[in-house]
Design a binder for this molecule. Structure first.
Ligand SMILES: Cc1ncc(COP(=O)(O)O)c(C=O)c1O
Length: 424
């Protein structure tokens, strides 16, 4: 539907839904209900994705096998637990544009960030800085500062923050690259979000990786807001690592197991420092129970513990749906859906709010961040009582994400009507 000319009418939204080749996927998810029993207008997949209806089937199978088999389930469950995490490897690799050996589903995001920094943040006196975007997600900031201190450096001098130009809301790609060119010699690690959590800005990951490597920096991305949202080609882009969580666009459920990418070039890098655990040990001798760690090749070598099967199970449901829908198809719808949201908001001479998400489709994902300088939190809370769900980020931002897997044009249309009524 390239060249679609949007119209600010409900008929238009309904027509778009009727023509949407992905519209049926909505039926695959449970929607929270309003007090009247209607589906909520749920635009919060950037925070917690909805539950696939098939999730319970996957969880129940494991509960059932555990009840029937006890410890034998490790090898004799219908999906044996020892290699269970591998059931997600092919689909995950396809989704992030990686080779299967480059990805592993394990731990949660901040844990994986630390594990990756242990290996890829190796500061020296002349090169000790970590480059981050200003206002990165707090957990990233805490993790990064604690790693800097752990190595005996001071965040005041080792943290290099990228900020938009005065009066601007987003980083300019050219500013990111020119800073890397100028200061690269002192930077040990570039660690940016693939999609900024507050503004929804997509970073130019291939260009940042290229610029970083050209000046000798390690490069990693936090893809919490990118995975399942925009197409990724991690192997070709070439960062050293990436990490993500699976509870947002991937619909794996609250606190679901996250994911990790380590580029193939490090698959056999035995010299890299690494925190070790038995699940990263060579699986052929893991149960010999020897004292010396021999890591598996590839991303699996960074595993620590045997994985939580009950937390992985719902992710299988969602990844099956992703595979069927196709990330490129989802992205095509996402561009239209977010474009429609922006279009509808722009119809109103807004003095009380403004969008702080890039306008160009290629520079944003499925998100519009609406800055409301006064009274925004109360508006967000009022909408929530009506079953209109986005989320509030201090100090002034209402984030809403029309997710192409389960949101409709009608959701977007209805959201804007309710939002404007609440503002009034
Ligand atoms: C960008 C970003 N980084 C890190 C985190 C922290 O994730 P976790 O609690 O899974 O470690 C989040 C959580 O929402 C996030 O959005």
């Amino acid at each position: 539907m390239t060249g679609t000319v949007f119209q600010a009418t409900q008929d238009f939204a309904l027509t778009m839904d009727a023509r949407d080749p992905l519209a049926n996927y909505r039926q695959h998810f449970w929607f929270p209900k309003t007090v009247n029993g209607d589906d909520c207008i749920y635009l919060c997949g950037h925070s917690l994705g909805l539950q696939p209806k098939t999730a319970s089937k996957f969880v129940e199978q494991e509960l059932d096998d555990w009840a029937r088999l006890g410890v034998e389930g490790h090898f004799h469950a219908r999906s044996p637990w020892v290699p269970y995490h591998r059931l997600l490897t092919e689909q995950t690799a396809a989704l992030v544009g990686a080779k299967p050996q480059e990805v592993v589903v394990m731990n949660s995001l901040t844990v994986n960030l630390h594990l990756m920094m242990v290996s890829f943040y190796r500061p020296t006196a002349p090169r000790h800085k970590i480059l981050v975007e200003r206002g990165a997600f707090p957990s990233d900031q805490y993790a990064i500062k604690s790693q800097i201190k752990f190595h005996g450096f001071d965040p005041a001098s080792s943290l290099l923050e990228l900020a938009p130009r005065p009066g601007e809301d987003f980083l300019r790609d050219e500013d990111v690259e020119s800073l890397i060119d100028r200061k690269g010699d002192s930077i040990a690690l570039i660690l940016l979000g693939g999609v900024n959590y507050a503004t929804g800005q997509v970073f130019d990951m291939p260009a940042i990786t290229k610029a970083g490597h050209a000046t000798g920096c390690a490069v990693g991305f936090d893809l919490a807001h990118a995975v399942g949202n925009i197409p990724l080609r991690l192997h070709d882009w070439g960062p050293d690592f990436a990490v993500w969580c699976s509870y947002k666009y991937l619909n794996g459920g609250p606190g679901c197991v996250g994911g990790c990418f380590v580029h193939d070039r490090h698959a056999h890098a035995l010299e890299l420092p690494k925190f070790a655990g038995w699940w990263g040990h060579d699986e052929k001798t893991r149960f010999v129970m020897g004292p010396d760690f021999q890591p598996m090749a590839g991303a699996e070598g960074w595993q620590l513990s045997n994985p939580p099967i009950l937390a992985l199970a719902p992710l299988r449901a969602s990844m099956e749906i992703f595979q069927a829908a196709g990330i490129e198809n989802l992205r095509a719808k996402s561009v239209l859906l977010t474009g429609y949201l922006e279009f509808l908001l722009e119809q109103h001479n807004a003095t009380k709010f403004c969008a702080v998400t890039p306008r160009e489709a290629e520079r944003r994902g499925a998100q519009i961040s609406i800055r409301i300088p006064r009274g925004g939190r109360a508006i967000c809370e009022q909408l929530a009582t009506q079953g209109v769900i986005g989320d509030w980020r201090e100090p002034d931002t209402f984030r809403v994400a029309p997710v192409p897997l389960y949101n409709s044009y009608q959701d977007v249309y209805e959201f804007v009507q309710r939002f404007l009524a609440a503002l009034a």
